[in-house]
Design a protein around this ligand. Structure first.
Ligand code: NIG
Ligand code: FE
Length: 406
């Protein structure tokens, strides 16, 4: 028998409807099991539900938002790259380090050498840090294994993370992330191999989406196309690390495959913006990587806005270009560095991040959505993008159940 739980005395940032932030003062949320049954002004709670309320929680007038969604991370890896950070501070570029065999390849070596248990425990530690500031859905990419065995291992660890923690984990196959040592000079052969592994890993239930790194130090548009053709034949959605370090026309290519998202986009041009707009592809902006690589080439925010491209935000957590573990900090950075409005920033880690993952059941607080929400020690939702370096998250509810920290 399902029971109803009323969460009352809240200022609810629904992100639905036409009013700014979809804010409801004197709001309440009614959950049935893992789902929001109703959200609205407390006085408007429908009579037919009142008699069935079995549990009530007074939120003390606190601010409530949808659970946060980190839609782009590389959370499963071994080692770290603080030495490369030092090299970059002395003048080496990210590309120089990658071409000299460091960068992604050095993390591949550390990941292959790490045991399953240590990969799972380091990823769990990182996921808990993200969860502490309100993350309830997390995407995790492979891409540091670069062999069938090790890509499969990393994806299985991401699945294990989702099974052991109170959050949703979505997995993305990113074998086309870098060329592993053993395929040096044979990028096309490597893409052949990556396309052979995908159906087998998918058959094991390890893959929700497929990504590639289309850039000068990644793969060409033609190679990206072959990965996408394989994904499409399996019915898997695609996304792309596009126009991060140069303009390869990757965004338009991904849009032609109906990509869920194109991510990074510092070098996106107007034809890419138009293609994404027509395809309904989400732009995932990654201010942490922009900041940490000391980039100066801004993504074309005004054009994305003008063409109505939905903008999401994510941590891009990885050991090379974005070692941060706070999605809230990304809200602040997106406003200060990219000039997003605080409301755009919050939509970027909720409703638009959900779209970037192809999830229609979350991201807004309305009846019928999953009961994932955060309770904040804040007065107004614009404060989420304002404070940084401390955590105002008081409570998190996942699938209707309160999550305890730790
Ligand atoms: O999203 N650009 C490609 N991939 C990652 C960085 C990977 C790494 O440096 O280890 C990114 O920035
Ligand atoms: Fe990334």
């Amino acid at each position: 028998m399902s029971t109803l739980h009323l969460w009352r005395n809240a200022r609810v940032t629904t992100l639905a409807g036409d009013s700014p932030w979809g804010l409801i003062e004197d709001g309440a949320l009614l959950t049935r099991d893992d789902t929001l049954l109703w959200v609205g002004q407390a006085t408007a709670l429908p009579h037919e539900h009142r008699a069935h309320i079995a549990q009530e929680t007074d939120l003390g007038g606190a601010l409530v938002t949808p659970g946060l969604i980190d839609c782009h991370t590389h959370l499963v890896y071994g080692g770290q790259r603080a030495n490369e950070f030092e090299l970059r501070l002395q003048g080496a570029s990210y590309e120089d380090i990658a071409r000299a065999g460091g960068g992604i390849r050095s993390t591949v070596a550390a990941t292959r050498a790490a045991s399953d248990a240590s990969l799972l425990s380091s990823a769990t530690r990182r996921a808990k840090v993200l969860m502490a500031d309100g993350v309830t859905t997390l995407e995790v990419k492979s891409g540091y294994g670069l062999s069938e065995l090790h890509e499969g291992r990393c994806l299985a660890i991401a699945r294990a993370l989702g099974a052991s923690l109170p959050l949703t984990v979505r997995t993305t196959y990113l074998a086309a992330h870098a060329l592993p040592q053993e395929f040096s000079g044979r990028a096309d052969d490597y893409i052949d191999a990556a396309c052979e592994w995908l159906p087998r890993l998918h058959a094991q239930g390890l893959v929700d989406a497929v990504d590639a790194f289309c850039d000068t130090i990644g793969f060409t548009p033609a190679q990206t196309r072959r990965v996408f053709d394989t994904a499409k034949a399996l019915g898997l959605p695609v996304k792309l690390h596009a126009e991060q370090l140069s303009n390869q026309g990757g965004a338009a290519l991904a849009a032609s495959y109906g990509a869920l998202s194109c991510d990074h986009l510092e070098f996106l041009d107007v034809s890419g913006v138009q293609a994404m707009s027509q395809a309904g592809t989400v732009a995932v902006l990654l201010p942490g990587a922009y900041y940490f690589l000391r980039d100066t080439h801004l993504p074309p925010i005004a054009q994305l806005r003008e063409h109505g491209v939905a903008m999401a935000l994510a941590t891009d957590h990885n050991p090379g270009s974005s070692p941060g573990l706070s999605l809230l900090l990304m809200l602040n950075m997106a406003c200060t560095l990219f000039r997003l409005t605080p409301e755009e920033a919050l939509r970027g880690v909720t409703v638009h991040a959900a779209r970037a993952l192809g999830l229609a059941d979350r991201g807004q607080l309305v009846g019928g959505q999953r009961a994932d929400f955060c309770v904040w020690n804040l007065d107004h939702p614009n404060e989420l993008a304002y404070w940084f370096g401390h955590n105002p998250c008081m409570r998190v509810v996942v699938a209707g159940k309160e999550r305890t920290h730790g």
